[in-house]
Design a protein around this ligand. Structure first.
Ligand code: ADE
Ligand code: ZN
Length: 344
């Protein structure tokens, strides 16, 4: 039996702003695609692979993440993975998804950029038509590679810019500060892309300053380490810079030792624009609703806080204003219909 707050969380319309599509590749689908493409895997079974999902930090996850996505070779592989995520997202009442992809992790294996983007984009279009889920696609540069390689990727993306809303920065954070990518992000902004960046997941608050001041990031992915720097918290609040926080990811990658110690509620209390997201749900033990449920239970979030988190996501999205308002009206209507929970 679900409690009233659980039912409220399950059914509230949601947006997801921090989701690596390659991180939605479930072991079952990975094995199916591997066998179709004749790609050997380093694990004898789905169960053995799942057992290896016991991470000590970001890098220990990334090592398996890049191995796993190497089964993806054809457009249909990217289509199938993306469609599987969108079907799962529909069950979680996700109404809008902003999806990251890591083109360099595929082009470096000889898979053309178009193959990757076509598969992802076709699935998004189909889900928009069939499920009514709106979407945006965000190209992430891998920060463990060079700025020159990021530039080459940006150039490869220019013919497809009608399908790519923003650029981001992900992969191994420590030792790879955003400042190294200032020029490529400047070029991306000149070409009309919006900008986001992972910062302050494992890396220091200084990387968040750099993402804001040197990359001109409009949102910070994770950003939980901002609390180490009071001036930074004040800046994030003053500019209402959204943080795309990923609770289950943070616990699985040991950014926080347990959910009860996550700072999400304190970030909200400090007036920051916090959102909840799933990051790499196939690896971290849960999709978007699971992230809300885990944070709610461990931190004692109330229904008004859940409503704020959800509304923050739609406000912080790259949707057009009228699309945001349509989604936000649905959230408000849902909360009014659950008035005994949401009224003070
Ligand atoms: N790529 C996929 N998931 C990531 C994460 N949590 N941090 C950095 N890069 C990633
Ligand atoms: Zn991420």
């Amino acid at each position: 039996m679900s409690t009233p707050i659980e039912t409220f969380i399950r059914n509230i319309p949601k947006a997801e702003l921090h989701l690596h599509i390659e991180g939605t590749l479930e072991p079952e689908l990975m094995f199916a695609i591997a066998s179709r493409n004749n790609v050997p895997l380093n694990f004898p079974s789905v169960e053995a692979l799942r057992e290896a999902y016991n991470f000590s930090d970001l890098q220990s996850f990334l090592d398996l993440y890049y191995q796993g996505m190497a089964v993806l070779q054809k457009e249909e592989d990217f289509f199938e993975m993306t469609m599987a995520y969108l079907k799962r997202a529909r069950e979680d009442r996700v109404r809008h998804a902003e999806i990251f992809f890591d083109p360099q992790a595929h082009t470096s294996r000889g898979v053309p950029f178009e193959t990757v983007l076509d598969g992802i984009h076709k699935a998004c279009l189909q889900a928009e038509q069939e499920f009514g889920i709106t979407f945006r696609i965000i190209l992430c540069f891998l920060r463990h590679l060079s700025a020159e390689e990021a530039f080459a990727t940006l150039r490869g993306a220019l013919p497809h810019r009608d399908r790519i809303t923003a650029v981001g920065l992900d992969s191994s954070e420590l030792g790879h500060p955003p400042s190294r990518f200032a020029a490529v992000f400047e070029e991306a902004r000149r070409e009309g892309f919006r900008v986001v960046a992972h910062a302050g997941e494992e890396g220091p608050a200084e990387y968040i300053w750099e993402a804001l001041d040197m990359l001109k990031a409009l949102r910070i992915d994770h950003g939980v380490r901002c609390m180490d720097d009071e001036d930074l918290v004040n800046r994030l609040r003053a500019d209402q810079i959204p943080l795309t926080v990923c609770p289950l990811s943070n616990v699985r990658l040991r950014v926080f030792p347990e959910m009860r110690l996550h700072n999400l509620k304190r970030l909200l209390e400090r007036g920051l624009v916090v959102t909840i997201n799933s990051d790499d749900p196939a690896y971290f033990g849960g999709y978007l609703t699971d992230n809300f449920l885990a944070a709610q239970e461990a931190l004692g979030l109330g229904p008004r806080e859940i409503q704020t988190l959800v509304e923050n996501s739609f406000h912080a999205s790259f949707l057009r204003q009228e699309e945001k308002e349509r989604h936000l009206a649905d959230v408000r209507r849902y909360c009014e219909n659950n008035a005994p929970l949401t009224q003070p």
